[in-house]
Ligand binder design. Sequence first.
Ligand SMILES: C[S@@+](CC[C@H](N)C(=O)[O-])C[C@H]1O[C@@H](n2cnc3c(N)ncnc32)[C@H](O)[C@@H]1O
Length: 251
Amino acid sequence: MSEAREQLFDEWAASYDESVDGYSGFPFEGYEQVLDLIAKRARVEAGMDVLDLGIGTGNLSGRLLKFGCAVWGLDFSLKMLAKVHRKYPQIELLKADIKGDWPIDVDRHFDRVVSAYVLHEFDLRSKIRLLQKLACDHLVEGGRMVVGDISFLTRAARDEAEKRFSGTWDEKRQTWEGSLWDEDEYYWAADETVEALAAVGLAACYGQVSFCGGVYVIERTGAESTDDGRSESTDDGRAESTNDGRSEESQ
Ligand SMILES: C[S@@+](CC[C@H](N)C(=O)[O-])C[C@H]1O[C@@H](n2cnc3c(N)ncnc32)[C@H](O)[C@@H]1O
């Protein structure tokens, strides 16, 4: 399975930037804004060490380098990594499967762990396990993880989107036609994610950026808190969901 996915991303590497640039509609609507919000919420400072999981062609990391931090990029696609190297030779690149064993170079703690449009590859349980492992083994005390991806505020909103973006069954060909919804992917719902993270001692704050894209700020409970101790607002007043199980409109 992983090898097939790796090959798919290798094949996509050459055209990836053109395919996400200015994309409108499901699943990449708001791509640039999601990356901007991850960079903002990461609150990186010069000298910080940052790990970008599933770095792709480096679009998120490029935003972080501007703040003067040191970036490590992990990805299983050599072709994606080659693109990053051409754009940002200063980034330390690591070829590894997020779900597998990581190279010894990553066996350290980072000030920030960030990721964009990657973790929908994993089901909720695997996501939580991974975030727990990152928080324990790869994040400094008081550090934060900031993850942006294809995500909805609630399970109900995700179910609605599934209906809207799933194809129709073609009886003759015995296939689904015209589906944008990938049955092998696991798009996030903030209500279930925030709850599941709280259960393992991780505090999360969520901001919906576009109808299908959002950003999670995740910290260890008791670690340095967000702006008002409970939630951060999006710039434009879109809905927010926090660990207390409520979602709210900011402002
Ligand atoms: C949709 S792209 C996102 C790239 C980049 N983060 C961005 O926002 O443009 C997903 C990236 O995650 C990588 N990826 C997916 N599953 C992975 C896994 N299991 N281990 C390592 N990298 C993975 C792919 O190779 C690809 O570069």
